[in-house]
Design a protein around this ligand. Structure first.
Ligand code: FE2
Ligand code: FE2
Length: 440
């Protein structure tokens, strides 16, 4: 052998995947995450338990951060190409995950999410990290390690929720179990979520027992709370003051927990426009929906801390129901216009809470304000984008706002005397208890 045919060895294990092969795998992961975010968000209005309802946007937001990091990394690795609009060979995988939207029961949705797809993704990430080069591909390794730890927590948490759901609705147990097993089988037939290998090229049939998930007219409401349409008297009775000092503390906490509708509208809009708008919409909407869930929890925590039990607290649905039967753009419009409406008053209320020494209300209102400033840009951007896409189908932002306001005003006008008496009595009871607590 001559000297010219001799080389130094280069067979280090870290050289397993080259740049474009890595991009191909990350692209697959991105589309799996994307599908999970869309399908899980669509379930939000169907969930009754408030704690579970608020957990879904949290996980979707975490997963959207992972998905966004994956997508950005694919662009870096494929530079200068900025194209990633199609699943390509990974389509069957996405078709399987998309079926979660058609799960026959809440239990089946939770199990499919937490016991089938999330473990498959986690395993794929662990496998990837086992072979990935922590030197050449260090940026990917960092965020995928975080994703693995988040997925572990999501899996544990969802198991608790799905066990509770399955136990409380035993009548659906057989349907749930069979459907989830069928989904797992489909995923297995594709070879799971692979790294080296693309999924098998096959058509995915709808699983028997699947149901079309439609936006419910009656959103799922936690039965521990007091159900109503209008959650404070001032909404339907101009004579009942919004309130100052102690009343403002209560009104603000009640407003916060009642942002449950905003979480539902966020989930519905995310999913409804996922195929109409680009990825950035899903990314923004996941954060937006998660933010609203944090605002809802802020109220839940403050009220619980003052000693109120859920059955005392009114949980309303009038804004949600005002959008029933309308195009989802009106749910997006309500989320934007009604949530950012009071943005200017928030610093004023933050100051009022500071003055009376209510640090928790001050703190929550201040963070809420920061979130709302972000939401204002989201609403502006995406309502405009929809209108630009199809001006006939999606009216201008001004028209959307006017229609949203008239829908809600109509709903308010339909308040009955009985409703007015009931919510006034309840609010007065809550205020009376607060006065007693404050006097201690
Ligand atoms: Fe909010
Ligand atoms: Fe908001």
């Amino acid at each position: 052998m001559t000297d010219t045919l001799r080389y130094l060895p280069g067979n280090q294990p870290r050289a397993r995947w080259k740049r474009l092969e890595t991009a191909q795998i990350l692209k697959r992961f991105f589309f799996c995450e994307r599908s999970l975010i869309i399908t899980a968000s669509a379930w939000i209005p169907h969930i009754k338990d408030l704690d579970l309802k608020m957990t879904i946007p949290y996980f979707c937001w975490q997963n959207s951060e992972t998905a966004n990091a994956l997508r950005n990394r694919v662009f870096q690795l494929r530079y200068p190409s900025q194209m990633m609009e199609h699943e390509g060979a990974d389509r069957p995988l996405v078709d399987v995950i998309n079926q979660i939207k058609s799960a026959p029961t809440v239990g089946a949705f939770l199990k499919a999410w937490g016991e089938v797809v999330l473990p498959a993704l986690r395993d794929a990430y662990v496998e990837f990290l086992g072979y990935a080069d922590a030197l050449a591909d260090a940026p990917t390794c960092r965020f995928l390690r975080l994703a693995v730890s988040e997925k572990e927590q999501q899996i544990v948490s969802l198991k608790k929720w799905s066990d509770a759901e399955v136990t409380s609705s035993t009548g659906d147990l057989a349907i749930t179990t069979e459907w989830v097993a069928a989904l797992a089988k489909q995923l297995e037939a594709l070879g799971g979520i692979g790294t080296d290998d693309a999924p098998a090229d096959m058509a995915i049939a709808s699983i028997p027992g699947s149901r079309e998930l439609i936006v419910p007219n009656e959103p799922g409401r936690d039965e521990r709370y007091w159900p109503c349409r209008f959650y404070w008297p001032d909404i339907i009775d101009p004579a009942f003051a919004y309130g100052e000092r102690l009343r403002l503390q209560l009104r603000s906490a009640i407003s916060h927990i009642n942002e449950v509708w905003a979480v539902e509208h966020g989930g519905i809009a995310l999913s409804a426009f996922a195929e109409v708008l680009p990825w950035e919409w899903i990314f923004d909407a996941a954060r937006w929906t998660y933010d609203e869930s944090r605002h809802c929890r802020m109220g839940q925590h403050r009220l619980a801390d003052w000693g109120y039990s859920p059955e005392e607290i009114p949980l309303g649905n009038y804004i949600y129901q005002s959008a029933n039967g309308q195009d989802p753009i009106y749910r997006l419009g309500m989320l934007y216009f009604f949530e950012t409406k009071n943005i200017g008053r928030k610093p004023e209320r933050t100051a009022a809470f500071r003055q009376i020494g209510d640090a928790a209300s001050e703190h929550d209102m201040d963070f809420d304000w920061a979130d709302e400033t972000i939401h204002a840009s989201y609403g502006n951007r995406w309502l405009r984008a929809l209108h630009a896409l199809d001006p006939d189908k999606y009216p201008s932002a001004d028209k959307i706002r006017m229609h949203c306001e008239s829908c809600v005003n109509e709903m308010i006008a339909s308040a009955s005397d009985a409703e007015k008496t009931a919510i006034t009595d309840r609010a007065n009871g809550i205020i009376k208890r607060a006065e007693a607590i404050a006097a201690q």
